[in-house]
Design a protein around this ligand. Structure first.
Ligand SMILES: [Zn+2]
Length: 58
């Protein structure tokens, strides 16, 4: 069974993955599977998140 991998932030389709591969590897804790779509972050958004300064609450 193939599922789409979609970016959580920009809704861009990153690619297609085999659900069987995903469950056997289980290597991506960011991934959130809803129905036949796996939400993750594309490289762009991941990079943006890493470079943006964090908001610190005092
Ligand atoms: Zn993205």
């Amino acid at each position: 069974m193939k599922i789409f991998k979609v970016c959580h932030a920009c809704d861009r389709i990153i690619g297609e993955i085999e659900l069987d591969d995903l469950t056997s590897q289980n290597s991506d804790p960011i991934m959130d599977i809803v129905g036949n779509v796996a939400y993750a972050l594309c490289t762009n958004c991941l990079h943006e998140m890493e470079t943006k300064p964090r908001i610190i609450y005092h």
